[in-house]
Design a binder for this molecule. Structure first.
Ligand code: 5AD
Ligand code: SF4
Length: 492
């Protein structure tokens, strides 16, 4: 295929990751990247459906593309990702100018579906209900890749989610948990390191349960033994007990292996579920020097009543004690979270409990969301318990104050310290400055003595702090990047 493409990504890092694979497949087929929709022959919208405004923004973008396509009928529009998985045929009904609709389980089919569209001259819709579980080559991480930032790599370690949080549509659109073979993950990180990637982020909906599906699959099979597992899962000896009781690698084993790949300077991961945060993971974070001192631990609510209604599997006290163990085990740990306000049935007392737990947790930052009903989820049916929108917005404002108080406090505590910063690029506000991230994922702005490429590691002395960022003075270059520079994928 000749011509130019652009991929616009909505939603989470899993989607960013899938977009990089779609870009890689299109380029392997002969297409070139562009950052402008106006120049593109193929526009891929990789969609999200976690909250309602994601739906609205897709249909808004499709409306805009319609006028472009009226002028240039050869323009091809692909809708991929979670919203495609959820809405399926109705996307093509609502927006007949869409050429291809593809779901979350067939990222590897992007090019074939475009070819099919050209052959058949009618809208192609392919939504698979699940990934072909036994064929681990189909993990999007195994596909060709065009990385948005050459020094950073995202690696999927697990697809789907086996939990059933009452608010969440992810299990419906991403399917059950499937772990990627251990050996494949490490090999992918080794390949990325050879390409000059120095920062790896391991991705999964529930990374701490990595490998659990292998145990379940083995238990489900008559006469199954560890020998019946694919060889690529069998790495080291750490994960199998002599009595055979543990027949899976732990996430902690993965952190250790990935963290010791030569060339990798930083390992991050997102997200662990608080109920599955194991002591082994905390120990690995503390012991492996490349694993960053940052834990994103979604709280969702501080009220035990709401946590139970959400089916989160922990109480506020349990959450706080896990967090205290992590802080005790990992010096200098930064902690961030996700919190939903206005879950159906949330009372003033529940909201006050969330404020208390958030204050006690002392977060460095938080993604806070007003509850958004998702069709087909348990909470989406609780219409008679929905919280008034204005009440939720008011609770959110108070929660933001609590979060900002602790994030300012922890940022101010960095003033005067030396921090290692990975340069991302020019600061959005002041092009003379560079922005980067510390190991704890704090945003830092500083003025370099001479131009520095994104991907450079520098030492910065922190001079001042706000709730969202640090300001610092350049001290020294620690390491220069070796990746090729290209930025073909734009974020939506
Ligand atoms: N409404 C609001 N926020 C939600 N999240 C997931 N589902 C919903 C919903 N229906 C939030 C959770 C999750 C984050 C990725 O998105 O906090 O951790
Ligand atoms: Fe959704 Fe809960 Fe699974 Fe996270 S753990 S993806 S919130 S169901």
């Amino acid at each position: 295929m000749a011509g130019k493409y652009v991929v616009r990504t909505f939603g989470c890092q899993m989607n960013e990751h899938d977009s990089e694979r779609i870009a890689g497949l299109l380029e392997a087929d002969g297409m070139e990247p562009t950052t402008e929709v106006a120049d593109a022959d193929v526009v891929v919208l990789n969609t999200c459906c976690i909250r309602e405004n994601a739906d609205n923004s897709l249909y808004g973008t499709l409306g805009h593309l319609k006028s472009l396509k009226d002028r240039r009928p050869e323009l091809e529009i692909v809708v991929a990702g979670c919203l495609a998985q959820k809405d399926q045929d109705s996307i093509a009904q609502r927006a007949p100018h869409v050429d291809v609709v593809m779901g979350t389980h067939n990222v590897h089919r992007a090019v074939e579906l475009l070819h099919e569209r050209r052959r058949t001259d009618s809208t192609v819709v392919e939504i698979l209900s699940e990934t072909v579980a036994e064929d681990h080559e189909l993990f999007p991480s195994a596909l060709p890749v065009v990385r948005q930032a050459g020094y950073a790599g995202w690696v999927t370690i697990q697809m789907g989610c086996d939990n059933s949080c009452a608010f969440c549509i992810v299990p419906a659109v991403r399917g059950p948990e499937i772990s990627r073979p251990f050996g494949d993950i490490v090999a992918e990180v080794e390949r990325a390191a050879a390409d000059g990637v120095t920062e790896i982020t391991l991705l999964g909906q529930n990374v701490n349960s990595y490998g659990r599906d292998l145990t379940l699959r083995l238990r489900g099979r008559e006469g199954a033994t560890t020998e019946s597992l694919d060889d690529r899962f069998l790495v080291g000896s750490a994960w199998t007990e002599a009595d055979g009781s543990r027949v899976r690698p732990l996430f902690a084993d993965l952190l250790r292996s990935v963290g010791s790949v030569p060339g990798i300077r930083r390992v991050r991961y997102t997200s662990p579920h608080p109920k599955d945060l194991r002591p082994e993971t905390i120990e690995a974070m503390a012991q492996v020097p490349t694993v960053c001192e940052h834990l994103h631990l979604p709280l969702q609510s501080g009220s035990d009543t709401i946590l139970a209604a959400m089916h989160r599997g922990y109480t506020a006290e349990r959450y706080l004690s896990r967090l205290a163990e992590a802080r005790a085990g990992i010096p200098d740990l930064a902690v961030t979270t996700d919190i939903i306000v206005g879950f159906p049935g949330e009372t003033d007392a529940d909201a006050a409990a969330t404020l208390e737990v958030a204050a006690e947790a002392g977060y460095d930052g938080a993604f806070t969301f007003v509850y958004s009903p998702r069709p087909g989820t348990e909470a989406g049916e609780m219409t008679e318990r929905f919280v008034d929108h204005d009440v939720a917005v008011d609770r959110m404002a108070r929660l933001r104050q609590v979060i900002e108080r602790s994030s300012l406090r922890s940022n101010e505590a960095r003033v005067g310290r030396l921090d290692e910063v990975l340069v991302l690029g020019p600061s959005k506000r002041d092009p003379n400055r560079l922005s980067g991230r510390t190991r704890q994922n704090r945003l830092v702005h500083f003025t370099p003595p001479s131009p520095l490429r994104p991907g450079t590691y520098v030492q910065v002395q922190v001079t001042s702090a706000t709730t969202t960022s640090l300001l610092g003075e350049f001290v020294d270059v620690v390491s220069t990047p070796s990746h090729r520079t290209r930025i073909p994928v734009t974020a939506g």
